[in-house]
Design a protein. Structure first.
Lengths: 113, 112
C-alpha cells in the first residue's frame, strides 16, 4: 500500500504556465520534503516543512513555492516553469529525530513544452 | 561546501559480492544513509550508520568510518533485481529534521 502518494505521475505543462504538483501521506510524519532530480543527478532538496514551519534552501529559485494545508498534504507550485525545470520531482516524509529514514513517493515527472 | 563522491557505474556478476564506496566532506555529520533507486522509481531506504563499524541487514551491509569520511555498501549473493542506482546520503545537521545531502549515485549492472 502506497504511503507517500504523488499525483500525477507524469505532468506536461507549457513554458511559463503555472503548475502544481501534489503529495499526500498516510504515515502521519511531521516532516515533508520536496526534491528535484534531473537525469543521472542526485536528488536536490528544494525545501521542507516541519509541521507548519517552512524551511527553504538558500539556492531554491523564487519560482518554486510550497504549501502544506494540513499534516497529510503538501503541494509544490512552479509559478513560471522554464525548460530547465523539466525533471523528476520527489516528495518524501520522515519522523522527527536522527536516524529516521525518509520515505519517498514515486515522483512526478514534469515535462515543459 | 558539501561534497559526496561515489563511482558513477559498476558491473558485477549474479551471485557475486560487490562493494560500493562513498566518501564525503560535509559541514557536519549526523548520520549516513544508503538508498536504492530503480530506474524511474522512488529511492527506497536500505541502511543507516551513525557510529563507526558495520551494520548488517540480510544480503546488504553498510560500513562507516567517520574519521576517514568513508562508507561502503556491501551487497552479497547478487541477484538480477539488484541492478539499480545506489545513493549515499549524509545528514549534515542535527536537530529535529533529517535534511540529507545526496551523492549522484552508483549505477550497478548485474550480469548473468
Amino acid at each position: 500500500d502506497a504511503m507517500v502518494i504523488q499525483n500525477p505521475r507524469y505532468q506536461v505543462t507549457q513554458f511559463g504556465k503555472p503548475v502544481t504538483l501534489s503529495c499526500s501521506q498516510t504515515l502521519n510524519h511531521n516532516v515533508m520534503y520536496w526534491y528535484q532530480q534531473k537525469s543521472s543527478q542526485a536528488p536536490k532538496l528544494l525545501f521542507h516543512y516541519y509541521d507548519k514551519d517552512f524551511n527553504n534552501e538558500a539556492d531554491t529559485p523564487d519560482n518554486f513555492q510550497s504549501r502544506r494545508p494540513n499534516t497529510s498534504f503538501c503541494f509544490l507550485d512552479i509559478r513560471s516553469p522554464g525548460l530547465g525545470d523539466a525533471a523528476m520531482y520527489l516528495c518524501a516524509t520522515s519522523r522527527v529525530g536522527g536516524g529516521q529514514p525518509q520515505h519517498f513517493g514515486d515522483g512526478t515527472r514534469l515535462s515543459i513544452l | 561546501g558539501q561534497n559526496i563522491d561515489q563511482p558513477t557505474e559498476m558491473t558485477a556478476t549474479e551471485g557475486a559480492i560487490v562493494q560500493i564506496n562513498c566518501t564525503y566532506q560535509t559541514s557536519g555529520f549526523n548520520g549516513l544513509f544508503w538508498y536504492q533507486q530503480h530506474a524511474g522509481e522512488a529511492p527506497t531506504f536500505l541502511s543507516y550508520n551513525v557510529l563507526d563499524g558495520l551494520e548488517e541487514k540480510g544480503r546488504f551491509s553498510s560500513f562507516l568510518s567517520r574519521s576517514k569520511g568513508y562508507s561502503y555498501l556491501l551487497l552479497k549473493e547478487l541477484q538480477m533485481k539488484d541492478s539499480a542506482s545506489y545513493l549515499c546520503a549524509v545528514r549534515p545537521e542535527g536537530g529535529a529534521t533529517n535534511k540529507l545531502i545526496f551523492g549522484t549515485g552508483t549505477l550497478l549492472a548485474v550480469q548473468p
